[in-house]
Design a protein around this ligand. Structure first.
Ligand SMILES: [Zn+2]
Ligand SMILES: [Zn+2]
Length: 587
């Protein structure tokens, strides 16, 4: 059943009209589909040829790469007690299930329980004799105890093996798999864009993902670097044969389905598929996908990958994917910087200046810092017509902590709001909000500073002396409490709760927050303000929730990558993470 040989001999001894062919035997009743799954087709063919030959013998195992792997084969036929019970009830006798005989299949994928060794040898007994599985040779004995989560992993691997046995995936060259793995490393942040692998992180996460007990059972534990050598070998450009089980371990760790691994060529694209959007608000093709090429540069210093997007209108921007983000950054905000504004943009600035539009409004309309516009105006006044172009070409002028989708949305709401404000000069904040409720709510949530600056100010008609501070204290306390609640409930990466943050998030002015006159508010604020470790604790909890949500492993590396921590608190934070993870395990 394992990798038998002399199958031609067997077939020729069967009755003339027997439905069995050698291929049928090989594919459906031997471990050939398992052992040859990760071999190039030529080599798989040779294994098959040896299985047909009379003298194939142990050459089969060498050809299949099993000897080279130095991983053991099963000594005894294995069985699942539940399968045996059900088979006996149904057919009157048990039979050996192929899936149970695969090396390192430790559990029955159907019943999710551990397999037992029978007393029947896989090799060495009389090959002509057929021995059915029965209660004499299938005896339940003491076997090692495993943790439930380890057994669960055994079941996963057993299902992967079943998938290999049953679905006839196409054979591929060794280099195919190596490339698939490395591209996936890039996607997950285990390798840089040039394919340089961060082995320490990778191996640590691999160990955390499977756990020691499981890896010991798989004889794939990595206690030092040399034992992780197989991962290096299987991902090297001149990779050789590797035990199929190890391919399965690596693929599962990388969240690669077998279908993807065999059938879909992975090509890591940190910036997705082109064409990409032009982000020049002055161009008539603003936010249209007109940029066909991206130049990708890797920065060794901070391990960031930068993409440079140059549009024919002269506008150029740079987008950054940090190492931690990799593909995980999808959907999150990414960093976009304007590298060069270009001719079209500069002409538009001129046009607006000539129309008498204020620097502030130009800055908003053209999505730039007001200082840039002011500098531009100064330059022109000083040096005449041609100075505007060129100048600070490659300087990074503005940083937008935003994704493109976010910029698109923000621009739309800003435009809408400016229009409402322009068309209703007599209305105050409340009146304006009523006219464009959704727009103002969105802006207050995501673009508060801008909203504050571009909305007529509240007018305080009351003089300080006539203010009823007691009532005000209660009102402001309500507002502050709500703001803190919102901060705590936010899905975003936690920010430290400080007076400044409360002020920004609530929109309260310094005038509103004269804490000396607001005893209730003051004591509340003092009670909620966080020190750096408070913040880190909240970030750790946040990171754990996020990782859980995304089904990622809860490891110290993963968590610190998300929370971010400077050197000063690193040690404390790592200890805290370990403590929290410890608690989780106990529960
Ligand atoms: Zn079973
Ligand atoms: Zn453009």
């Amino acid at each position: 059943m394992e990798l038998p040989f002399n199958l031609n001999g067997l077939i020729s001894n069967l009755p003339v009209n027997s439905p069995y062919t050698a291929d049928c035997f090989i594919y459906n009743h031997t471990l050939y589909p398992f052992f040859t799954a990760f071999l190039p087709s030529k080599r798989a063919e040779e294994v098959k040829r040896l299985m047909l030959e009379e003298n194939g013998g142990s050459k089969v195992y060498g050809k299949a790469g099993i000897l080279g792997s130095r991983l053991p084969l099963n000594e005894y036929m294995k069985f699942c007690p539940k399968c045996l019970e059900e088979d006996t009830a149904q057919y009157g006798e048990g039979y050996w299930h192929r899936i149970h005989q695969v090396p390192f299949v430790m559990a029955c994928p159907l019943h999710k329980i551990l397999l037992y060794d029978s007393t029947v040898l896989v090799r060495g007994h009389n090959p002509q004799a057929y021995i059915p599985a029965n209660s004499d040779n299938c005896i339940i004995r003491d076997i090692p105890n495993y943790k439930p989560e380890t057994i669960e992993k055994f079941v996963h691997i057993a299902k992967d093996v079943q998938n290999l046995l049953e679905n006839g995936f196409p054979n591929k060259p060794f280099a195919w798999f190596a490339k698939q793995y490395v591209e996936k490393f890039k996607e997950l942040g285990y390798a840089n864009i040039n394919g340089r692998v961060y082995w320490d992180d990778l191996i640590q996460d691999f160990k955390d993902f499977y756990g020691e007990e499981f890896l010991n059972a798989m004889q794939s534990n990595i206690e030092d670097k040399s034992q992780g050598q197989w991962i290096r070998e299987v991902t090297h450009s001149d990779a050789k044969a590797m035990h199929p089980n190890r391919h399965l371990l690596l693929a599962r760790f990388l969240e690669l389905s077998l279908d993807t691994l065999f059938n879909k060529e992975i090509c890591y694209k940190p910036f997705g598929e082109g064409p990409w959007l032009c982000l020049n608000p002055a161009a008539d093709h603003f936010l249209e996908p007109v940029i066909k090429d991206v130049e990708i540069k890797y920065r060794r210093r901070n391990k960031n990958t930068n993409g440079f997007f140059r549009c024919f209108c002269g506008f150029e921007y740079m987008e950054t994917v940090t190492r931690e983000q990799g593909k995980r950054g999808t959907g999150q905000r990414r960093f976009v910087r304007v590298v060069k504004y270009g001719r079209v943009w500069e002409e538009k600035v001129l046009e607006l200046i000539n129309e008498g539009v204020s620097d502030e409004e130009i800055a908003v309309r053209l999505n730039a810092d007001v200082r840039k516009i002011m500098g531009f105006r100064d330059n022109r006044d000083k040096d005449g017509r041609d100075k505007g172009e060129g100048g600070k070409e490659t300087e990074i002028i503005e940083t937008l902590d935003s994704s493109i989708d976010f910029i698109v949305k923000r621009q739309k709401y800003r435009d809408e709001w400016l229009q409402v404000v322009r068309e209703n000069p007599d209305k105050g904040r409340v009146g304006l909000r009523r006219l464009a409720n959704y727009t103002s709510t969105w802006l207050c949530k995501y673009d508060k500073d801008w909203w504050e600056e571009n909305t007529p100010k509240k007018k305080y008609v009351q003089a300080d002396s006539t203010i009823d501070w007691e009532t005000r204290d209660k009102e402001i306390l309500q507002c502050v409490k709500q703001t803190v609640q919102e901060i705590l409930e936010s899905d975003e990466k936690p920010q430290r709760i400080s007076l400044r943050l409360i002020k920004t998030k609530s929109g309260l002015k310094s005038f509103d927050l004269q804490l000396d006159k607001l005893p209730l508010t003051k004591s509340f604020i003092n009670s909620v303000i966080e020190n750096p470790m408070d913040l880190h604790k909240r970030r750790i909890q946040w990171a754990i929730d996020k990782l859980n949500e995304e089904g990622k492993a809860l490891t110290v590396t993963n968590i610190t990558a998300m929370t971010g921590v400077g050197n000063k608190y690193r040690k404390q934070v790592v200890e805290e993470i370990k403590r929290v993870l410890g608690e989780l395990v106990e529960r």
